[in-house]
Design a binder for this molecule. Structure first.
Ligand code: OOG
Ligand code: NI
Length: 296
């Protein structure tokens, strides 16, 4: 059931984000993995609008139903975002990171634009969903929720919050999946080495705050590609290039208490868990124009 929902998300994401297939192909051609399924997905991420009937409180109900546990909260003052991460019911499933725009902190004008769309959703749509029906959940996660935005509204939002503009167009489209690098073969199992491999194959990395984002404890290292621009069709058929989704890479180091373990004894619980505000703050920018201008 959970696997069906995750497969549906990955399928649509892969169709829309050319870097996903390109990264997998490059990993296979270099002999790092033999098939796509060999990739360990560290986490997936969603973005939401923080309005009463939607936002994290709504979307999270799906994943709580499938056995995820809500963990720490993160706050991003500059970007006006809150986020939480969710631990999976079993280690073969990815963690989930869901963020939410603090809509009430935007200008009156931006709030009005957002609400003109989100008010089409009159009540929390997850409450009307049969969560045991994986097909219905899959369909919901790829439903439009609100009408196609106008380009003028998209641009007005982008001027104030690029996150807001991204969500008004993309809705619940998967924002990224994340390749775990620490279990890959030697030569590719650190972020530094994996980034070299990616750049050798022509991938453009997000360099906000440096290409490697490192937690203060030194045990969570992350990098990501810059989202490619896609031609988006707005209301009245207007076409304009906007940021799509991206691919992330994560290295979780073995915690000091487990340093004595042999490499074949090391499991997920022996490594650095969770997320890091300073890292995440910069990874969000993988879809921001300061980064995407390098890929277009
Ligand atoms: C999420 C950015 C944060 C992480 O792993 O810390 C993140 C987003 O861009 O929506 O993915
Ligand atoms: Ni991430």
């Amino acid at each position: 059931m959970l696997q069906d929902v995750l497969n549906g998300l990955m399928e649509r994401y892969q169709q829309r984000v050319p870097d996903v297939e390109a990264v997998i192909k490059a990993m296979i051609s270099e002999g790092i993995i033999s098939k796509a399924d060999d990739i360990e997905n560290d986490h997936i991420a969603f973005r939401t609008m923080g309005v009463p009937q939607l936002g994290v409180q709504s979307l999270e109900k799906i994943f709580l139903h499938y056995g995820y546990t809500k963990r720490e909260k993160f706050y991003f003052a500059g970007k006006k975002l809150d986020a939480w991460w969710y631990a999976p019911p079993a280690p073969q499933y990815p963690r989930i990171f869901i963020s939410e725009l603090r809509v009430s902190e935007l200008s009156e004008n931006a709030q009005q634009i957002i609400q003109s769309y989100t008010n089409e959703v009159v009540s929390d749509p997850v409450n009307n969903l049969d969560l045991d029906d994986a097909k219905a959940v899959d369909k919901f996660l790829h439903s439009a929720l609100w009408r196609t935005p106008t380009l003028a509204d998209f641009k007005a939002l982008a001027a104030e919050s690029e996150y807001a503009a991204w969500v008004i167009y993309n809705r619940y489209y998967l924002n990224h999946f994340t390749v775990s690098v620490h279990n890959l073969p030697a030569g590719y199992n650190t972020i530094a080495e994996f980034n070299n491999f990616l750049e050798k194959h022509g991938f453009i990395l997000n360099d906000a705050g440096g290409k490697i984002k490192t937690s203060p404890d030194g045990n969570l290292l992350q990098s990501s590609t810059v989202a490619k621009m896609i031609d988006a069709t707005f209301a009245n058929g207007e076409v304009f290039p906007i940021a799509g989704s991206y691919v992330e890479f994560a290295e979780r180091k073995v915690l000091p208490a487990f340093q004595h373990l042999q490499s074949d004894e090391i499991k997920r619980e022996h490594r650095r868990e969770g997320f890091e505000t300073g890292n995440a703050d910069k990874i969000f920018e993988s879809t921001y124009s300061t980064q995407t201008k390098k890929s277009s």
